[in-house]
Design a protein around this ligand. Structure first.
Ligand code: MSP
Length: 469
């Protein structure tokens, strides 16, 4: 049995879950379900990123302690995922005791191995991104390019990680595909960034109290009051904490949005190389949902929540609709008008009607004598390639062909003239197509797959996707 360890980014708790988070997490859930179906031993990790200045600021604004805010929002994420049929094996929080211990031990070891040193950092920091910027990367008015918020000038005595040492090793491992980055355009982007030269990076903060204490800075008090780890560094380590004691290292697939590529494709593998641990096998990078071409964010006030989606289309349809019309890897412009049309034409009409009319035919003409479920080979290949749109398209090709098959054969006429052998063959063929559709769609929409199978057995039609009015 092969193992399959899949991760999502862990989400900042300053924000409520939105469809961007939903999308990344769904991707992992769909792949986890798919690999489970293939017989793999699956471990799916997701969770929340709870430390740092940004969360502390949000808590202060809400009149709460950072831990109170984190408890609330982490619970919300967890509950949302559960109600959308997203079933991680572990929901990790960076305030979990094992993560704090693990991060402290890991970084202490890197220090002992000589990969860290104390120095002085002076530069620009964006709290909204929890990231350092060079002046030339900013928008006019010293605004960060992602949230368009003013950046801070910081000057602090901090610990650095010798990232620059890993430049050639990273170029080699990414270049040879030992550490694969998909799509190709993102791999090239990372390679040219690394070839441009890597600098050592700060991994601690001197004035951010809401973080994991640097143990060797103030050992008597466990580091409290002294430096804390830069939130990104310990956040990346969650993928290791989650795998502790499970014999699943390294991750087979890590899913991220394009905004956090450098952290995952440069800093993260370098930390692992320093610790002499195997690198993840593959990093897949998806695009962003935009609203009228604008990035969706709390700051922009244009956030769409997964709830809105589910209230409108239901869980099953939502799990399909985010992948059917949008290519993974590229940006997709989100609009309810567009998704309404997709829902009505492809889910309610094409797939929903196919099942409905098939069940009516079977109950009127003859119960199908179907064999074992045949998997949807083409969709399986596409899912292995992390091509969700491709997988769904091959399933919907079978849907369309099945609808055409009924139209062409006109069974309501032919059953009178062609005899029982013909009818048996027709119903068997149609039922098998429905079972193949059920198999293909199962990782996306497990209850839809189950409904197709049940209706084929009971011959009691029930609309899968009621038409939106
Ligand atoms: N906490 C960091 C990640 C640490 S991982 C060790 C973080 N969190 S986040 O909550 O801001 O965003 C996490 C991820 O959500 C993004 O990388 C991306 O995968 C997803 N998305 C956030 N906004 C999105 C869209 N508008 N569209 C699609 N996905 C987006 O970054």
């Amino acid at each position: 049995m092969a193992k399959f360890y899949v991760t999502t980014p862990i989400y900042y708790v300053n924000d409520r879950p939105h469809i961007g988070h939903f999308y990344t997490t769904l991707v992992a859930d769909i792949l986890a379900r798919f690999h489970k179906k293939q017989g793999d031993d699956v471990f799916f990790l997701t969770g929340t990123d709870e430390h740092g200045a940004k969360v502390a600021q949000a808590a202060k604004q809400a009149g709460k302690t950072p831990k109170q805010l984190a408890d609330e929002v982490a619970a919300e994420f967890r509950q949302e995922w559960d109600s959308f049929e997203i079933k991680p094996n572990r929901f990790i929080r960076t305030t979990d005791e094992d993560h704090i211990k693990f991060s402290q031990n890991f970084l202490t070891k890197l220090n002992e191995k000589g990969f860290l040193y104390k120095g002085s950092y002076e530069g620009l920091y964006c709290v909204a991104c929890e990231a350092y910027y060079k002046p030339e990367e900013l928008l006019p008015g010293n605004l960060d390019p992602v949230h368009r918020q003013p950046v801070e000038r910081v000057k602090e005595a901090v610990w650095f990680f010798k990232l620059s040492q890993f430049q050639n090793q990273l170029i080699d491992l990414i270049g040879r595909g030992v550490f694969a980055i998909q799509p190709e355009s993102r791999r090239n982007e990372v390679l040219s960034f690394i070839k441009g030269g890597l600098k050592d990076i700060p991994i601690t903060r001197s004035k951010v109290e809401w973080g994991i204490p640097v143990p060797w800075e103030n050992p008597a008090s466990g580091g409290a009051g002294g430096q804390t780890f830069y939130v990104w560094i310990e956040a990346l380590l969650n993928y290791l904490t989650g795998a502790e004691g499970k014999k699943i290292w390294p991750p087979d697939l890590q899913i991220i949005g394009k905004d956090i590529l450098r952290f995952h494709a440069v800093i993260w593998p370098a930390l692992l190389l320093a610790a002499e641990l195997p690198l993840p096998k593959k990093l897949v990078v998806h695009g962003f949902f935009t609203i009228n071409g604008e990035k969706m964010s709390k700051t922009m006030g244009n956030v769409i929540t997964p709830r809105e989606l589910i209230d409108r289309y239901g869980v099953e349809a939502s799990r399909i609709l985010l992948f059917l019309p949008f290519s993974f890897g590229e940006d997709g412009n989100f609009s309810f008008e567009f998704l309404d049309r997709e829902y009505n034409s492809r889910l309610a009409n094409d797939l929903g009607n196919l099942l409905q009319r098939s069940i009516v035919l079977f109950s009127k003409l003859s119960k199908p004598n179907f064999s074992v479920e045949v998997s949807c080979a083409e969709a399986d290949v596409k899912l292995k390639e992390v091509d969700f749109k491709g997988a769904l398209e091959s399933i919907f090709r079978i849907v369309n062909e099945a609808n055409q098959y009924i139209d062409r054969e006109e069974p309501w006429k032919k059953y009178k003239t062609e005899g029982s052998d013909w009818l048996a063959e027709f119903t068997r063929s149609l039922a098998n197509r429905l079972l193949t559709i059920a198999s293909g769609i199962e990782p996306f929409a497990p209850k839809t797959a189950a409904a197709i199978r049940t209706q084929l057995k009971t011959l009691k039609p029930k609309p899968l996707f009621p038409k939106l009015i």
